[in-house]
Design a protein around this ligand. Sequence first.
Ligand code: SF4
Length: 256
Amino acid sequence: MNIQQYKMSGRPICLRVTRACNAKCSFCLAPPDNLLIPVDQIFARLTAIRKLGFRNVDLCGGEPTIRNDLNQIIDKCIELKMIPSITTNGIHIPDSLLVSLAKTKIVKVSIHGGKDAHDKIVGVPGSWLKLSANIDKMLKAGINICVQTVVHADCSNDLDDVVKFCLEKGITLLRLAPFVPRGEGKNVKEQMTLSAEERKALITRSRESIEKEKLNTRWLNFSSPMFVIETSGDLMLEGADEENDICIGNILDLVK
Ligand code: SF4
């Protein structure tokens, strides 16, 4: 798929605003790289994305909310007439961010089970309680939220808890992201990769059970390559494993 076809599909381009994170998930797709990106660089990359004709941009990481200039980044998207969405682990949502988050299309919060299972996967005790309180706060502020969860081998019970969480909070959109062995995920490939049978069973279950609960579920397909601007500024076409990634070039050079 080339960038024009991708753009026509309406899928967002992902902009990694940092790779730093306040969590330590065992399957992290994008572990820290120690690169600090000045906000002016982020603005330049957003302008380049717009010049390439994209309106939809997913501000992702790492963890976007640990940048204390995320308000400015969202405002820059709006100024450029772009439609930002954000992917977050929900651990750190300061009150000062709520007005800006309300301007985004959607805030995708990653949850991976009930309290104990989630904290174990994320590697930060107390993270589930924080994200739960932050979701309440965001819902009260009128922010559009969906829950995103990684589905992997042996996650059935965790999935039940995620569904329960959505129903209790009144969140109607659940995005299911099958595990892919990128980044740290390569170290847990054997334990976490879904077999074809497991994947089929989960898809059937999501249709029969989850949708019965009036949840709008969507399976993400990370095997279908997506365009990502890495912290280096390189525009990458990334798929299920890093070996097959394609570097298109630095985003700023592409619009010169
Ligand atoms: S998966 Fe997301 S929340 Fe977890 S360590 Fe990686 S960037 Fe942080």
